[in-house]
Design a protein around this ligand. Structure first.
Ligand code: FAD
Length: 427
């Protein structure tokens, strides 16, 4: 028989009973922030198949430096102190309940869907550490490595390995005509030049037949008949949308043909006034980036707070899609390629705490490395040209420090303890 979770109390008393039930499905960048923001306003339940939030942009560094993962895997229970956590996958939804893979029915008044991309990861944090350790050993032992996929994941992984292990032979095979197709061609070209400067062999417009590849493969055939020999390989290809579980549900007609959830300007699922969707899973036409997913979370949280106290729908906040989103792709420990609204930059990133204006990938907050930060950029600090999109030689004129990960008005999941500079809890 299905276990029904209705109004289990996270806090006793009548006050808790009156609180509206908010179920958040997906404990990634967007879901964790909305759950954290609402935990003292509603009766919040977070459903996620992992017991931790993983910061995706730290995952590639964690492969070359596993200890890094200690700071980028955060137990849900550490930031969701006043909510219920169900470690499970959602497999369907009705107008009133979410069904989980082990048969629980979780009732809701409001639902927030934040299932991003499907990326099955170990349930426990310790198993995720072990996975990083295994990937690290794989890299350490190999003399030659093949990376399949030239999107941000493939490029960042190539950058991490090329910088930490300059003697390993690296090959990157990408089916597209250019690397990093989600941003402009200038950024792609600069990235290609950077990788070549690190002796990474990049093969564009070629794919690897993944069906013939196993974990022990050492010879790989590309679509144009070339052979790549490598001691190990990493697949960095696009991940499917995390919406398969909705395909037979009451929300099936709310999916577009890419499997993304169609939302209105208030981030509610069209035709479902008590259901919100945020993050990569939405059909919002903008680059899929974590800092935008966080913005979605804050808009949804604001609207839910309003609705939960009986506020008028017309007073809800609207989300304004990013037309000229910023994208930053790390290239090893100290460099990055960045596409800003009017320019593309690539270069070495000095330490911001030197007092110089800079643009860098290391942490401004010393305890979290690999935070990508835009900071009073000046062309003299960036090796390489900085022409703007109109082709004019561009002076970069960012006047203030601004952390890319951080929504200016809200908390960063890495600072899940309310913006306190205290280090996130580590195991
Ligand atoms: C390698 C890499 C580097 C990146 N670098 C940057 C960067 O530098 N800057 C930036 O802004 N963005 C970056 N991004 C993009 C950013 O990580 C995503 O835009 C962001 O994670 C989207 O957040 P989300 O909450 O929508 O989805 P996710 O963070 O993908 O979270 C989805 C969550 O849903 C859960 N889930 C999935 N299916 C189910 C289900 N059926 N039931 C319950 N839970 C489910 C998953 O377990 C996961 O916790 C990077 C991404 C990657 C992969």
């Amino acid at each position: 028989m299905k276990e029904r979770i209705e109004m289990e109390q996270t806090q006793g008393g009548e006050e808790a009973e009156r609180r509206r039930r908010v179920v958040v499905v997906g404990g990634g960048i967007a879901g964790s922030l909305v759950a954290k923001s609402l935990q003292f306003h509603g009766d919040v339940t977070l459903i996620d198949p992992k017991e931790y939030l993983e910061i995706p942009w730290a995952s590639l560094r964690s492969m070359v430096e596993p200890s890094f993962a200690e700071r980028s895997l955060i137990y849900h229970r550490d930031y969701l102190t006043n909510g219920r956590i169900i470690t499970s996958s959602a497999i369907s939804v009705t107008n009133t309940e979410v069904l989980t893979s082990e048969g629980r029915l979780v009732g809701y008044d409001y639902l927030v869907i934040a299932t991003g991309h499907a990326d099955p990861l170990p349930v426990s944090k310790s198993d995720r550490f072990k996975q990083y350790q295994a990937e690290h050993e794989k890299i350490e032992k190999a003399s030659s490595i093949l990376i399949v996929g030239g999107g941000p994941t493939g490029v960042e992984l190539a950058g991490e390995i090329a910088v930490d292990y300059p003697d390993k032979k690296l090959t990157l095979v990408h089916s597209g005509t250019r690397l990093l197709q989600f941003i402009g061609p200038k950024a792609s070209n600069k990235t290609l030049d950077w990788l070549k400067s690190k002796k990474v062999e990049v093969k564009l417009e070629q794919s690897v037949d993944l069906k013939s590849v196993s974990e022990t493969s050492k010879t790989f055939l590309t679509s144009s008949g070339e052979t790549v020999n490598a001691d190990c390989h990493f697949l960095c290809t696009a991940k499917p949308m995390g919406s398969t579980w909705l395909k037979e549900s009451v929300l099936k007609d709310s999916l577009d043909h890419f499997g993304r959830i169609m939302v209105d300007e208030n981030l509610r699922v069209k035709g479902h006034p008590n259901v919100f969707a945020i993050g990569d899973i939405t059909d919002i036409k903008e680059i899929k980036q974590g800092y935008l997913a966080q913005k979605h979370a804050l808009v949804a949280a604001k609207n839910l707070k309003l609705l939960m106290i009986g506020g008028k729908e017309k007073q809800m906040a609207s989300y304004h899609q990013a037309h000229s989103a910023i994208a930053l792709v790390s290239l090893g420990r100290k460099e990055a390629v960045a596409q800003l609204p009017f320019t593309t930059l690539i270069g070495h990133i000095p330490e911001c705490n030197t007092g110089h204006g800079c643009f860098y990938v290391n942490a401004a907050a010393q305890e979290i490395k690999n935070r990508k930060v835009l900071f009073k950029s000046s062309p003299t600090n960036v090796h390489g040209s900085s022409k703007n999109r109109n082709g004019y030689g561009g002076e970069e004129s960012m006047e203030e420090g601004w952390e890319l990960r951080k929504v200016p008005s809200g908390p960063d999941p890495l600072h899940h303890n309310g913006g306190s500079p205290k280090k996130p809890t580590t195991p």
